[in-house]
Design a protein around this ligand. Structure first.
Ligand SMILES: Cc1cc2nc3c(=O)[nH]c(=O)nc-3n(C[C@H](O)[C@H](O)[C@H](O)COP(=O)(O)O)c2cc1C
Length: 179
């Protein structure tokens, strides 16, 4: 089946689930790159909201993250959310890096291209296409709460672990057509 037979477009406002569930429990798969050279990973930190009057989603990545490299290169990416029955399959994408493995060939999910030629998966139930808007990299002294300070004082010892906060404008939101 082609993309338009599987998914229908909805507006960001029509995303009916709690953002806390989507981000913190269901987890998005972030996919960047183009057919032939794309990569996916599981994310958990982040959120959704409004910035520069646009609907945005934001994620957090260490500087060295391979998927982040592809986001910066193409400046577009997708967030895909799956039914729980595919949890084992999509969580596999969070177990090893695509920089030094063939995980995109090994993953037991079917690749699909959106009309904008961004990569996602047939089994997804919600796909958010994003256009890179801004990347912010706070210094260690930009963290204030006790938890945040403790977190960065440990991880910022490795420069590759410095966190980049990545905001993308939601350009299209797609929901699986239910049969
Ligand atoms: C539940 C879960 C949540 C994760 N959340 C994040 C996250 O928010 N940001 C991040 O950079 N990595 C996160 N990871 C780790 C990446 O998914 C993992 O390191 C992945 O292999 C990176 O893929 P890549 O090197 O091919 O880009 C998470 C992993 C899991 C299993």
């Amino acid at each position: 089946m082609n993309f338009n037979e599987l998914f229908k477009q909805i507006t960001p406002e029509q995303i009916s689930e709690s953002v806390f569930a989507l981000v913190g429990r269901i987890f998005p798969v972030v996919t960047a790159g183009r057919d032939g050279n794309y990569n996916s990973m599981v994310a958990s930190g982040g959120g959704m909201g409004v910035l520069f009057k646009k609907p945005v989603a934001w994620c957090v990545f260490p500087k060295k993250r391979y998927t982040l490299e592809l986001i910066k290169k193409e400046q577009v990416y997708t967030l895909s959310y799956f039914p729980d029955e595919y949890r084992e399959q999509f969580m596999f994408l969070g177990t090893k890096s695509g920089r030094e493995s063939n995980k995109m060939q090994e993953v037991e999910l079917g690749a699909i291209k959106t009309p904008l030629r961004n990569m996602s998966f047939e089994e997804a139930r919600l796909i958010i296409e994003c256009k890179l808007m801004l990347i912010s990299t706070p210094d260690a002294d930009g963290f204030y709460s006790k938890e945040a300070k403790e977190y960065v004082s440990e991880i910022y010892k490795d420069p590759g672990e410095i966190r980049e906060y990545v905001f993308g404008e939601m350009t299209n939101v797609w929901e699986k057509i239910s049969n």
